[in-house]
Design a binder for this molecule. Sequence first.
Ligand code: HEC
Ligand code: HEC
Ligand code: HEC
Ligand code: HEC
Ligand code: HEC
Ligand code: HEC
Length: 333
Amino acid sequence: MESDEEAGYSVSKIAIVLCIGLSLAPQGANLMAGSWHTAGSLRCGDCHIQHGSENNQPLPGGPFVYLLRKTTINELCLSCHDGTDATAPDIVDPVQMYQATATGESSAGYFAMPGINNPNGHTLDLMVATPLQTGASTQVLTCASCHAVHGNGNYRNLLEDPMNNGGSIGLSLGTNVFEAASPPDPPTVSGAVAAYERSNVAYVSNYSGWCVSCHDLLAANNQSTLPAHFSGHPSDVSLNAFSPAPHTDPTPWRLGDGQGFVGPNDPDGISRVPFLNPQGVDIATARTATEYSQVFCLSCHKAHGSSHQKSVLWPLFEGGPAFIAGCQQCHNK
Ligand code: HEC
Ligand code: HEC
Ligand code: HEC
Ligand code: HEC
Ligand code: HEC
Ligand code: HEC
């Protein structure tokens, strides 16, 4: 694709037509790995510039390390992912693109601007201590702390070993995660909205283990003395794990019409929170809520951030009528 760009508009148009004609099948296959910035969709020129000059104009401030188009990774990625490029999912607050969808947000949620301490999720570009980690190591989070910049086999190109401690966490589309609509190739505005909207995605397994590679103190769901089941809120445990005396309410959860859910029973309800369905084998089964549904990190937190403290999906700390909506969906109180 790079040489197409350099050769000019008319040639690249022909090349695009040819690409579409020739490569429908391989693209379909690609979509089982990470779906963009990977294999056939890794377009070097999106992020690198060869001679620090384009259309006879030198790159302002450049050249930059590794011939990148911008001086830092966050600046580079956000040059498209901050809403500037309408076909690229916007991941910096404020995000407008999902307004007309069922949940009104993407599956990952959004960051504050880099360099600003973010009380509502992960902070970018500042040295921060890692909470709930044995070593409480300090790090500067960039996109490359969590995503493989050249793509890999995981859902959303998520790194297999974010803490570099020798792990290898598989989060494959079609096994651990399912999506109804795939990101379109070539990207489109409406296609991006459909592909990255929260309810497009359903989860089966391995996800908490990925978060726990940095937050390792949550690796074990430490059991406690009865009648308490655990010494902290568990993850990867199903609603009916302690049947017939669970601390959950599987029936309203399954039906989706009790306290906490959007609907006649609760004017302040919210969309069903994400969950793992360990029995999911396709998007339809993965999406189906049952008494075997498992609570996991994304049932309560957005991966990037939210508009609520601690990246929680609902206003747990801010208060208001929906302050326990998410808890209510599983614990009808
Ligand atoms: C030139 C614009 C551009 C730049 C620069 C860019 N992206 Fe993207 N990115 C896109 C577009 C467009 C999509 C959506 C593709 C689609 O919908 O088919 C995308 C999709 C993604 C996805 C979702 C992939 C998937 O498998 O669903 C991730 C993750 C991502 N980008 C991360 C990054 C990171 C990290 C960087 C910086 C290293 C970056 N992007 C730089 C345009 C860009
Ligand atoms: C989505 C953005 C993005 C795209 C597309 C991309 N790169 Fe990169 N590339 C990066 C970033 C960011 C770094 C710096 C990584 C770091 O600092 O750890 C990098 C580093 C590199 C490096 C030096 C480090 C290394 O891994 O050897 C090479 C070489 C490279 N890229 C080649 C390519 C080629 C060839 C392509 C096209 C097939 C490509 N890149 C496409 C973002 C991208
Ligand atoms: C702390 C880890 C982490 C960091 C840092 C991070 N991401 Fe993500 N990102 C994720 C996870 C996890 C997902 C998948 C969420 C889901 O759908 O389950 C994701 C999803 C995405 C998506 C899909 C769109 C969406 O809103 O769901 C894009 C695009 C993306 N990331 C780009 C970026 C870019 C660009 C950066 C840097 C500015 C970045 N990410 C930094 C963890 C991270
Ligand atoms: C690469 C390491 C890394 C990964 C992977 C990671 N985190 Fe974090 N997390 C951090 C760091 C560093 C902070 C501290 C950020 C700050 O102070 O804003 C943090 C903070 C948090 C916070 C507190 C946010 C706040 O506003 O105080 C939550 C909640 C969180 N992470 C949840 C998650 C979840 C859920 C996942 C998996 C989707 C995840 N993390 C994956 C490194 C990571
Ligand atoms: C997606 C479902 C889900 C959500 C959302 C959820 N929980 Fe839970 N919760 C569970 C499961 C599953 C268990 C473990 C099963 C059991 O203890 O019987 C559990 C256990 C508990 C327990 C008992 C722990 C013990 O040691 O016995 C408490 C207390 C609790 N949750 C409180 C909360 C609060 C407060 C919230 C909201 C901030 C919340 N839960 C959100 C599913 C959920
Ligand atoms: C039932 C809801 C729920 C689940 C499930 C859950 N969390 Fe949390 N988490 C919270 C709440 C609420 C807080 C805020 C704690 C507080 O300040 O009382 C929090 C706080 C955090 C923090 C910040 C701690 C600090 O010291 O600032 C991190 C990091 C975190 N969670 C990561 C995770 C990860 C990783 C998972 C999955 C393994 C997970 N959480 C599962 C509700 C949950």
